[in-house]
Design a protein around this ligand. Sequence first.
Ligand code: 2P0
Length: 357
Amino acid sequence: MTLYASAPSNIALVKYWGKRNTQHNLPLTSSFSVTLETMRTWVAISPLSDGPDRWALYGNPKKALRVLAEARAFTHNSQPLAISIHNDFPSGAGLASSASSMAALAFALDLALNDGNTPRTEVARWARLGSGSAVRSLYPGFVLWEAGLDPEGRDCIAQSRFPASQLPLDLIACVVDDRTKPIGSTQAMERCRDTSPSYAAFHTRNADDLRRALHALQTQNLEALGQVSEENCLAMHAVMHQAQPPIDYFQDGTHAAIATVRALRQQGLPCFFTIDAGPNVKVLCPPAHTPALREALEHTTGVTRLLFDRVSDSAARRELAWPAHLPAHAHSPTTPLHTHAIPLPNTTSFPPTGAAR
Ligand code: 2P0
């Protein structure tokens, strides 16, 4: 039987940008995010009669292998699997595709190897070992991922702090460049840790930024939430700009989109931006203002297209079938999954021909 699952992307308003433990992939400070709805990764898993496992995936194969190894170790289930992972939005461009893909994979592996009986905190640990931010995609709404202090991360857990209805928000992703970014988040964090003079200060401000963000949600104050989100995001990028060699994900379209958001806000339209490890700008606003923002952002120079989503309570979940809107060749339950790259942009070829695992 083939099992299906999906998980949405999530976007941090108070960012995770550094680790306190690399082996266990533990963050140095806590982060706060919104879980989205339509930008999702889909996973299909089928049992195989014998090995090796077969894969068809976007993203980083090392991360996926780590998640699978942890799931097998916990469940003591070594059933060979055919695993297909497919993003329905651009991979590796700062749209949090590794978060959604590792969350969806961990969630689906629990279904496939343990009938969905694994505690959510353990599934989150598998996801975290693939990609730290993936933990947050397992929870709905406004999510706090606590760094904790335990050396092995037993207190490094995420939880939903508010449902999406606490402050309804649409998200418009301004795609400036959807190619895979020149330097990945993990490596960029390490360079910042090793060379950026503002790395420590960014983590010192974290507790206050979290307090401000949680208070803004509690009081349903969009202006305050936007202010702390923009400040935190720009502080993270300042850490990168001061690294050696500097890391600058911004492009002309990034600056132009920021300028558009600021100009609209000046005119009284409530909105704010945040930017992750890539050039694309995510703009958040109350749903009533989405049409006006859309009009302005699609005419912003350097913005190539817009993707629309919303803050949502639809976290990782089981699915009944493979979605019709994704290419059929990415998965067919009646035929073996591909052992080679899916011929679409941004696809990682894995495993290389002839090299199993
Ligand atoms: C975040 N980012 O909080 C921050 C902001 C990007 C910028 O979490 O090394 O892919 O796999 O744990 O989760 C992206 O980092 O890094 C990220 P790893 P991950 O969303």
